[in-house]
Design a protein around this ligand. Structure first.
Ligand SMILES: Cc1cc2nc3c(=O)[nH]c(=O)nc-3n(C[C@H](O)[C@H](O)[C@H](O)COP(=O)(O)OP(=O)(O)OC[C@H]3O[C@@H](n4cnc5c(N)ncnc54)[C@H](O)[C@@H]3O)c2cc1C
Ligand code: FES
Length: 260
């Protein structure tokens, strides 16, 4: 079923569930959307507030969800054939730079379930013949998400773990300098999604290195369509409408720097 943008949630049946790690599952829904990587949907279950979830894929709709609280826990109890109510797609997507004659190198940096929308973006970028690398960070090896999915589609993956159980011991920002030092791996653009502290640290490195960076920001959302103001960040920016993906251009110094 193709669902068009609607202010009302539509019930979609779960057609598949993939266990990603101890706290995260990907739900495959019986519907598709015309959507771009970085956009999100509001998902709802009876008796709960609806909450935003990034699209891990749009055809079919896939949502990768960490079990952290009431709605996400209720979603984790569902089975194939149960329904999830979805409205969207909403928000601004990542935007790949215009193609030049040289192969563009896109570096994706993800932490936690932030890896999910970047898998969607990686698929799109590879289809457009961009060179795609990705740094995935987690506290420990068993928390890492979607590593094999990314490798399988042809993304060069670097891993960082805080406890050193695999990859580079440390944070995602520890894996960036070696990539910047080589012209073959120096990115034309960085797209990132994950916890707020990670986004700030990645944006700071990119701004210092004059590399455009696009961050997917998180804020508490209620309406998801620019009406309630609950997702305001910086000086009057609405995460649901102006974001969640905010571009930072170190040359033009986009006004979104107000967030940081
Ligand atoms: C644009 C956008 C995209 C999002 N995409 C996704 C997505 O793809 N997958 C996904 O799982 N969530 C995503 N979220 C978060 C999601 O909307 C909910 O906030 C989350 O599922 C928690 O909702 P809840 O009702 O289960 O728990 P809540 O009551 O909202 O949270 C319960 C507790 O857990 C804490 N908490 C919330 N999130 C996390 C976390 N990630 N890790 C640890 N503690 C946390 C809260 O601070 C609170 O203390 C996104 C949010 C935004 C704004
Ligand atoms: S969630 Fe209501 S304005 Fe953004």
């Amino acid at each position: 079923m193709r669902i068009s943008h609607s202010p009302l949630p539509k019930p979609l049946k779960i057609t598949g569930i993939k266990v990603e790690n101890a706290s995260t599952k990907t739900f495959i829904l019986g519907g598709k959307l015309e959507a771009q990587p970085g956009q999100f949907v509001m998902a709802w279950l009876p008796g709960h507030e609806d909450k935003p979830f990034s699209l891990a894929a749009a055809d079919p709709i896939c949502l990768t969800i960490a079990d952290v609280g009431p709605l996400s826990h209720a979603l984790h109890q569902l089975h194939i054939g149960d329904s999830v109510w979805v409205r969207g797609p909403l928000g601004k997507a990542y935007s790949l730079p215009a193609k030049s004659s040289a192969k563009q190198h896109t570096l994706l940096i993800g932490g936690g379930y932030g890896v999910a929308p970047l898998l969607f973006l990686a698929r799109q970028a590879l289809a457009l013949d961009y060179q795609v690398s990705m740094i995935i960070g987690a506290k420990k090896e068993s928390d890492l998400l979607l590593v094999n999915d990314l490798k399988t589609i042809g993304v060069t993956v670097w891993l960082t773990t805080e406890d050193g159980s695999t990859g580079i011991r440390g944070l995602v920002t520890d894996a960036i300098p070696p990539l910047l030092a080589e012209s073959a791996t120096r990115p034309t653009v960085v797209c990132t999604c994950g916890p707020t502290g990670m986004l700030r640290a990645v944006a700071a490195v990119c701004m210092a290195e004059a590399i455009p960076v696009q961050v997917s920001w998180e804020a508490h959302m209620r309406c998801g369509i620019g009406l309630c103001g609950s997702c305001e960040v910086g000086q009057g920016w609405l995460t649901c409408l102006d974001g969640p993906v905010f571009p930072f251009d170190p040359v033009t110094v986009a006004p979104n720097t107000a967030i940081f």
